[in-house]
Design a protein around this ligand. Structure first.
Ligand code: SF4
Length: 334
């Protein structure tokens, strides 16, 4: 099921580039290294030292990714049906409600939801997206960052540097955790995305390194136990809407951290807890589509329908191959 669930992400670019640095071995270490420094600079420097990639090259690559995210949001707002026909028009609906004044939340929150839905709609139609950290969780970070950039008038270059922060935070998590729903449930995907985005938003809003790390911890610890139960094995239900909800979750975590609220459990220990919980989760709740929402009455009915359609397509392809082979035989004989 892992293959099925992630196969939808065609043309995926990754946000982390080469940040799998072993020079920053923990969040405690990061805080010591970067207490009084610009967090993006610290990640760029360690990356250059460890991987030999100059900072300007990384920033250029991330400018490109920001553009891809923006394009993806614009396309996603137009709507369209997903591969499994389960989702696709959520962004369009929210966009229309927003434009016609039918939303009641503040614009930053609505746009964070909207942009996350738009990206995930594109993902569900095999469009080009930026994995952050995975395709299935690819709406959370752009939802938060692009909405904030627009609504608070943030310099786009600051957004690019915030992507460095998001990638760096994700990479430290990845040193001890496998970032996939198959390994540890959705906490390892959407939870991690929310955590990366929260740290990046705290950074964009002028927060300290300590505040970014606490934003990451507040976001991640409140996703612990989140299971991966994609209906029919497709990254559609609950994934698309989950991205929107957890983009707002990440913004909330950043807001708390910027106000001085801290996580009692340090970020390194939150990650350890996530790994332990992921191991303890039953197989049926780790991207197998054999538990949770995937095995509700509706989930099962959709799963059966998808299987029937897949079998029908397979039979049609086999019949077509057979027809072509027969035609060739006749052609050779005549
Ligand atoms: S439920 Fe979460 S982890 Fe599982 S496929 Fe969907 S987004 Fe990925």
């Amino acid at each position: 099921m892992e293959t099925l669930a992630h196969a939808q992400a065609v043309g995926v670019l990754e946000v982390a580039i080469a940040f799998l640095s072993h020079m920053i071995e923990s969040f405690k270490h990061l805080e010591e290294l970067a207490a009084e420094r610009d967090l993006a600079d610290v990640f760029l420097e360690t990356d250059e030292q460890e991987h030999g990639i100059p900072a300007d090259q990384i920033l250029m690559a991330l400018r490109k990714r920001r553009e891809v995210m923006r394009d993806c949001v614009e396309r996603g707002k137009q709507g369209g049906v997903s591969m499994g026909k389960l989702v696709g028009n959520e962004a369009k609906l929210l966009s229309e409600a927003f434009r016609s004044g039918r939303t009641f939340l503040d614009p930053l929150t609505v746009k964070a939801e909207l942009y996350a839905l738009a990206v995930m709609g594109e993902n569900s139609r095999m469009g080009v997206i930026v994995a952050a950290p995975t395709a299935g969780a690819g709406g959370v970070v752009p939802g938060m960052l692009l909405a904030l950039e627009e609504e608070r008038g943030v310099d786009p270059e600051k957004t690019v540097r915030a992507l460095v922060v998001a990638g760096g935070i994700g990479s430290i998590i990845a040193l001890s955790a496998n970032i996939s729903g198959a390994a540890g449930g959705c906490q390892n995907e959407v939870g991690v995305a929310s955590s990366m985005g929260a740290a990046a938003v705290a950074y964009m809003m002028g927060g300290s390194t300590r505040q970014s790390i606490h934003a990451a911890a507040l976001a991640l610890k409140n996703t612990l136990g989140l299971v991966c139960d994609p209906v029919g094995g497709l990254v559609e239900v609950p994934c698309v809407k989950r991205n929107a909800l957890f983009a707002v979750h990440g913004l909330t975590a950043a807001q708390l951290a910027l106000a001085g609220v801290e996580s009692v459990i340090p970020m390194d220990e939150v990650v350890e807890a996530m790994v332990r919980i992921g191991r303890a989760l039953p197989r049926g709740l780790k991207e197998t589509a054999e538990g949770g929402l995937a095995t509700t009455a509706t989930g099962c009915a959709i799963g059966s329908r998808l299987k029937e359609e897949a079998n029908q397509r397979r039979d049609e392809r086999a019949a077509e191959r057979e027809r072509i082979a027969q035609e060739r035989k006749i052609g050779v004989g005549s």
